[in-house]
Design a protein around this ligand. Structure first.
Ligand code: NAD
Ligand code: ZN
Length: 385
């Protein structure tokens, strides 16, 4: 089969995605390096001072991944002062608009509307929850009102991101992904206001991640960048970020130990660069199929991407081979057989939840992607997973 690019060039007249870069909002400031968690207190203190100098309250809200409630030694290292609040973020279910709304309501009920800063410490679920809460505290309304592009009207509460697992790039992007259970829509608040003001990138924090999870989430960077670089709608900046992020992913996942100190450091950089890449480009075929698995079967994003890869041998042949080689080197398990015996309704739902992602599918397959991804073909791909 010829490369996707050649196959789809003739269809470009049907398309209207952007290939240029207009105005890119990046993370305000960040620090990177082992033990950089040690400087978090200073950053938080600076936010307290800034708020105080404006005559605003100086309390802080920490949103912390539930893992650290008992383990990980992070809570103990926070300079929690009277009036501050610690919110635990459970990750059994990925963020929903309802869950975000409930959290905001609880904060408002407790008279917490103007923290000096929100600090999100955790994986994609926690970082996205932090971003969404920060937007809602200043904008009012409900999370679903802002799912889409540039719907957030005023700047969010100041926010600091501290990723503890690498791969989603959520630390760098201008979105916060939430599922709207009612409408079945999995979409974020895409806005410049969603971008973190500051990041603390400390690779020591990811040492406690279980191996399978480390691979599933880490591979999100690989997929983001592979899909962008294989797409029709590209730009030089996105390509440059993607190429280096992929290069780092290969170094990590082809090494003897993806979780060595050196590898965790590289993956944290890759994740950040991958987030920057995806902020200026589009994903491709893996993500829509993965979203189908998440929306219909409730699978988490990272593992769903890896499962979707089982059906990608014709679409991304080289990456398909490389992916399975890396999974074998690292000795991780990728679940299988989850879609072999579903009801017709479930298959229909999977199809719908996949082809709804028009932009990435156009980017990968061209404007006539529905001619390639017929109902039958899509169901066959899910059954092959
Ligand atoms: P996650 O936040 O669900 O975390 C995965 C698991 O790892 C959880 O069980 C968590 O408790 C655990 N964990 C995290 N850090 C740990 C640590 N240091 N030690 C031990 N366990 C730890 O998973 P994720 O893959 O990082 O994030 C997935 C979410 O990110 C999805 O909701 C997805 O939609 C979203 N996402 C967002 C963007 C974006 O740009 N905003 C991009 C891609 C994905
Ligand atoms: Zn992803």
């Amino acid at each position: 089969m010829p490369p996707i690019y050649e196959r789809t060039m003739h269809r470009m007249s049907n398309l209207n995605l952007e290939t240029g870069i207009r105005l890119v909002k990046s993370v305000g400031t960040f620090e990177f390096g082992r033990e950089s968690l040690g400087v978090l207190d200073e950053r938080v203190e600076a936010s307290r001072r800034d708020a105080g100098s404006r005559g605003e309250p100086s309390y802080v809200v920490y949103l912390v991944d539930a893992f650290f409630q008992e383990e990980g030694g992070v809570l103990e290292r926070l300079d929690v002062q009277p009036g501050d609040r610690i919110e635990i973020v459970e990750t059994d279910v990925e963020p929903t608009t309802d869950a975000v709304d409930r959290r905001v309501e609880q904060l408002l009920d407790a008279d917490i509307s103007e923290p000096a800063t929100l600090v999100g410490i955790g994986g994609g679920c926690t970082l996205d929850t932090t971003k969404a809460v920060a937007n809602l505290l200043t904008n009012g309304g409900r999370a679903a009102d802002y799912q889409g592009w540039d719907l957030v009207k005023v700047p969010a509460v100041h926010k600091i991101g501290v990723p503890t697992i690498s791969g989603t790039g959520a630390e760098a992007t201008r979105t916060c992904v939430m599922t709207n259970v009612e409408s079945g829509l999995k979409l974020g608040m895409n806005s410049d206001y969603t971008v973190f003001d500051h990041l603390v990138l400390d690779p020591d924090l990811s040492a406690t991640v279980p191996r399978n999870q480390f691979f599933y989430t880490g591979m999100d960077t690989y997929f983001h960048c592979l899909e962008s670089l294989s797409g029709i709608f590209r730009n030089a900046v996105g390509d440059a970020y993607s190429r280096e992020a992929l290069n780092l992913c290969r170094q990590v996942f082809r090494s003897d130990d993806m979780m060595s100190d050196e590898s965790r450091e590289k993956l944290m950089v890759a994740s950040y660069l991958g987030g920057c890449a995806i902020a200026t480009s589009y994903v491709g075929v893996v993500h829509p199929f993965s979203a189908g698995l998440s929306v219909v079967l409730g699978l988490h994003h990272g593992v769903a991407n890896c499962i979707a890869m089982r059906a990608m041998s014709n679409i991304y042949p080289e990456a398909y081979a490389e992916f399975w080689e890396m999974a074998a080197i690292q000795g991780v398990d990728i679940p299988t057989g989850l879609c072999s015996e579903l009801s017709d309704d479930d298959y229909r739902a999977l199809y719908e939840a996949t082809v709804i992602h028009e932009k990435p599918l156009m980017n990968a397959l061209g404007g006539d992607f529905r001619d390639i991804l017929t109902h039958e073909k899509v169901i066959g791909m899910f059954q092959a997973m």
